[in-house]
Write a protein that binds this ligand. Sequence first.
Ligand SMILES: C[S@@+](CC[C@H](N)C(=O)[O-])C[C@H]1O[C@@H](n2cnc3c(N)ncnc32)[C@H](O)[C@@H]1O
Length: 229
Amino acid sequence: MDEWIDYYDSTHTIYVSRLHRDLHFEAIARDIIGYITSPDAVVLDYACGEALSAAKVANACAKLYLAEPAPGVRGRLIARFAPDTNIRVRSLDDLKKMDANSVDLVVMNSVAQYMTPEELDSAFGVIHRLLRPSGRFVLGDVLRPEVGMIRDVLALLRFAARHGFLRDALIGLISTALSDYRQLRTRIGLQRYGEGEMIAKLRGAGFSATRAPRNIGHNPWRMTFVAQH
Ligand SMILES: C[S@@+](CC[C@H](N)C(=O)[O-])C[C@H]1O[C@@H](n2cnc3c(N)ncnc32)[C@H](O)[C@@H]1O
């Protein structure tokens, strides 16, 4: 759904403050690092967004590919990580030209909800080709059908209270309620999958998957799956 890519390419207000944005990317980086099993690993972050803490991930592996569909975001990634020689920025199309069986860990976090089921299947196909047989594919922050927007609000407020930005979060929630995000979320919606449904979808793409005990990031009501060939 290209409208979500355009949204993420715009000056959006998904993060309520700089502190929220920075803490978000620190938490994601920490969780990604937790899935890296060797300093020699080649890692791919599929639709990485601003990936502000990617240097930390890159320090824990041999090479980090940051793949992002939004061209403006990608331009900033290229500028930001130019000094980091083991970080490479790619478009999603570029991934189709990379060598098969060349990546040890693929992470796709908080992305599946913005794709049509068909787009997600074709992304799974690209990832399956890139992943080494010994590698792992971590699919994080998947929304479940039975959990609505109120839990997203609660998760943000809990995260904010823990890190001292509750006031900004409350202001941010009001502006989000009036924003393009809310309009898009109401108009085109977000894709949701049950646990068994996602495991079956991954199986259809050639992966055997299980649900991880903990979701990546701060929202405990969303799901993470770990998949292998
Ligand atoms: C919430 S951000 C997640 C960024 C990062 N992975 C993280 O965990 O913070 C959603 C990302 O999905 C990308 N995206 C949105 N719609 C997409 C689509 N239809 N196909 C692929 N990527 C998409 C956006 O460009 C953005 O980078």
